[in-house]
Design a protein around this ligand. Structure first.
Ligand code: PMP
Length: 401
């Protein structure tokens, strides 16, 4: 294709394709791939947000058996009934939230649960409040739905804890939804229940929903996690989003869900009819095995993440100039590098080009993340140690020169 015809083809694309920001995590991923092709130096990849473990064998076996036995066809939009039931039971047992199986719709990853709920709840003229630093896809999903994202920076000096007043100040008559992520990607913060309840009540007063993204809910280290819908006074405006990705090391199976008030759940599965029809039948069988089979692999992975979390916190505490709030959940540490020269993207690029460590720059999670780097501890202890050794050398070289 000539340059001119490529330009003409791009001009014909819909406007919404131009408003989408590219994720900085993917940008770093691309730069890392480039660096890998150009040099023999071994990179330490701390930018990726997925468990380094393989999906437990019993889950893979159950899916393979089910596929051989014919689970290879379309299913109901909302997913197979035994899976919806297993999800409802697991949520009640693990995070205390009570939903009937009919109130659960299975989706192609939490990603689809989130994007379809934005389409179901928000459109032109509507606002969706997103406290930041936040997973970058929310803003894109809101924009794709035709609505306006309203980002609200959380305070760095409290480790990016949820400050209910800052968030409720931005909820108004145009607010369709507020997205709360606890445990948080990228900060690892688990929000206080009272703070979440305050935001839910303020949203309810404006007929707005709270979308509680709880994909990391089973990965908390210092305290038990309870889902938002279990402790707010009236959870009628709370949607709960979950996923097999992080809990069961199943990112590639693309299996998530949405639970909430029946009309919203029905609307989401209705929209899903025109996007994916239903989640993968084989992945649904895998998920069923994940929920109903042994839970020891989850406990083992969680213990490994906890050990790595402690290691990262201790190592960072020994470093000059940089610091990080103690992650309470998920598998990320959010490193304050604001005393190093340049913005966080520059710091991440220097760290990659000079020391071979790949991280996710904080400004990719909204302006509030500027001055930070997200490092993922979903990697072996050896690799994390190597990465932190190099980060320490980088910090010392940058500050001592
Ligand atoms: N929410 C958050 C906060 C995430 O970090 C991710 C994955 N990185 C998702 C949702 C999407 O998860 P899934 O793989 O289930 O689509």
């Amino acid at each position: 294709m000539s340059d001119a015809s490529q330009q003409a083809a791009s001009a014909r694309l819909a406007d919404r394709t131009r408003s989408l920001e590219r994720s900085k995590i993917r940008v770093m991923f691309g730069l890392a791939e480039e660096a890998r092709r150009e040099s023999d130096r071994e990179l330490v990849r701390l930018e990726v947000g997925e468990p380094d473990f393989d999906t437990p064998d019993h889950i893979v076996d159950a899916a393979a058996d089910a596929a051989r036995e014919g689970a290879t066809r379309y299913t109901e939009n909302a997913g197979i009934p035994p899976l919806r039931e297993a999800i409802a039971e697991t949520m009640a047992r693990e995070s205390g939230v009570e939903y009937a199986p009919e109130q659960v719709t299975v989706t192609t990853g939490a990603m689809e649960a989130l994007s379809l709920s934005m389409m179901a709840l928000a459109g032109p003229g509507d606002e969706v409040v997103v406290p930041t630093p936040a997973w970058p896809n929310y803003v894109n999903q809101v924009q794709l739905a035709g609505a306006t994202p309203v980002t609200v920076p959380l305070p760095a000096d409290s480790g990016f804890d949820l400050d209910p007043e800052r968030v409720t100040d931005r909820i108004g008559d145009d607010t369709a939804a507020v997205i709360l992520t606890s445990p948080s990607n990228p900060t690892g913060r688990v929000y206080d229940e009272d703070d979440v309840a305050e935001v839910v009540a303020a949203a309810a007063a404006h007929d707005a929903y709270v979308v509680a993204d709880e994909v990391y809910g089973r990965l908390t280290y210092d305290r038990e996690f309870r889902g938002a819908a279990s402790y707010v006074e009236s959870p009628e405006n709370v949607l709960t989003v979950g996923s097999c990705s992080k809990t069961y090391a199943m990112t590639g199976w693309r299996l998530g869900w949405l639970a909430g008030p029946q009309p919203v759940v029905d609307a989401v599965s209705h929209i899903g009819e025109s996007t994916t029809a239903c989640p993968s039948s084989v992945s649904q069988q895998a998920a069923l095995a994940a929920f109903t089979g042994p839970q020891e692999p989850v406990a083992e992975m969680k213990a490994a993440f906890a050990e790595r979390r402690d290691f990262v916190v201790e190592r960072v505490a020994e470093m000059p100039v940089v610091s990080c709030p103690r992650p309470e959940g998920a598998f990320y540490a959010f490193l304050d590098v604001s005393d190093l020269p340049g913005g966080s993207f520059d710091v991440a690029k220097r760290l990659l080009s000079d020391y071979g460590v790949v991280t996710a720059p904080g400004d990719g999670f909204g302006d509030a993340g500027e001055g930070y780097l997200r490092i993922s501890f979903a990697n072996s202890l050896d690799r994390i140690e190597e990465g932190l050794d190099r980060i320490e050398a980088f910090v010392r070289d940058e500050t001592e020169s």
